[in-house]
Design a protein around this ligand. Sequence first.
Ligand SMILES: Nc1ncnc2c1ncn2[C@@H]1O[C@H](COP(=O)(O)OP(=O)(O)O)[C@@H](O)[C@H]1O
Ligand SMILES: N[C@@H](CCC(=O)OP(=O)(O)O)C(=O)O
Length: 311
Amino acid sequence: MNENGTAQSGVSIQSSVFWFIIKRMQVAIMNHRSIEANRIVVKVGTSSLIHPNGAVNLETFDQLAYTLSALNNQGKELILVSSGAIGVGLNKMHLKKRPSEIGAQQALAAIGQSELMTLFTQRFNHYLTDIAQVLLTHDIFDYPKSNKYVMDTFNCLLKDNVIPIVNENDTVATDELDHKTTFGDNDQLSAIVASHVNADLLIVLSDIDGFYDQNPKKFANASLIPTVNIINEETFTVAGGSGSRFGTGGMQTKLLAAKRMLAENRQMILANGRDPRIILDILAGKKIGTLFTKNRSENQPQSETSPTINH
Ligand SMILES: Nc1ncnc2c1ncn2[C@@H]1O[C@H](COP(=O)(O)OP(=O)(O)O)[C@@H](O)[C@H]1O
Ligand SMILES: N[C@@H](CCC(=O)OP(=O)(O)O)C(=O)O
């Protein structure tokens, strides 16, 4: 090997290292999403809080409390919309399935809601974070004074670094004649709350990694859609019902929530709530789950196999 040869191999090693670094940077940029959010609503579904065998998923409660406390300490404003009253009530009463009579369901929600808050209080206390329970019915948003006082309540709590934990007031919510008090489900409730409190971001945690081009519980070849810019009738055709015996709305109600967010130019991320610490990664900019956004610059496919709905 002559002098020139040695110099050339040194240059070619340098060049390979250079291209390796550039490639890694490109991959890092491709997998990065910039999410600027200070006021955040997080919705967690029953399927994330309850194991398939009906028992309470203590890890999820703990990781949720840990994650939201960490973000609260960073100065973020957080509201948790938590389902689970009926699921926890069923577990507490050793029942395998939801009763059909409304009164019995409302009784279970009454039992489960207080148990749900006990679990949250224990875990949030562990991380030295204050929480508050806010139970809502739909009519609150139809009356200006009620609406104003509820918004004042949220703002007071957030100002004092207290995390409001919201659920529908299942024990009293019913629709009759022109008196409409139900939200339908907590996906809708979380979107309505996000609108009213002027949240920057709604994070919906479910038992699935995001929105797929077909129901992944039925079709093994379903592909995750990383970004959705527009929701129309075609989008709804691939959204099926709930995948567990605890969930209520399935993907249909999550799309309705996302539609509302898009109409108001807010962002929503649908991600898997198996480990709620995923929220920290989402806010750090990792491309996780499905981002619903009007911002088309976010419309970069995550991989060649992941399509993007962008009609
Ligand atoms: N296109 C789709 N993409 C993802 N999930 C879907 C789709 N269509 C239907 N689903 C079902 O929606 C379920 C999530 O909704 P749901 O059971 O109501 O959960 P949660 O309790 O979190 O609200 C998934 O587990 C899946 O079975
Ligand atoms: N308010 C009800 C939850 C209703 C609901 O939408 O549940 P989910 O589909 O699990 O988010 C409860 O606390 O049991």
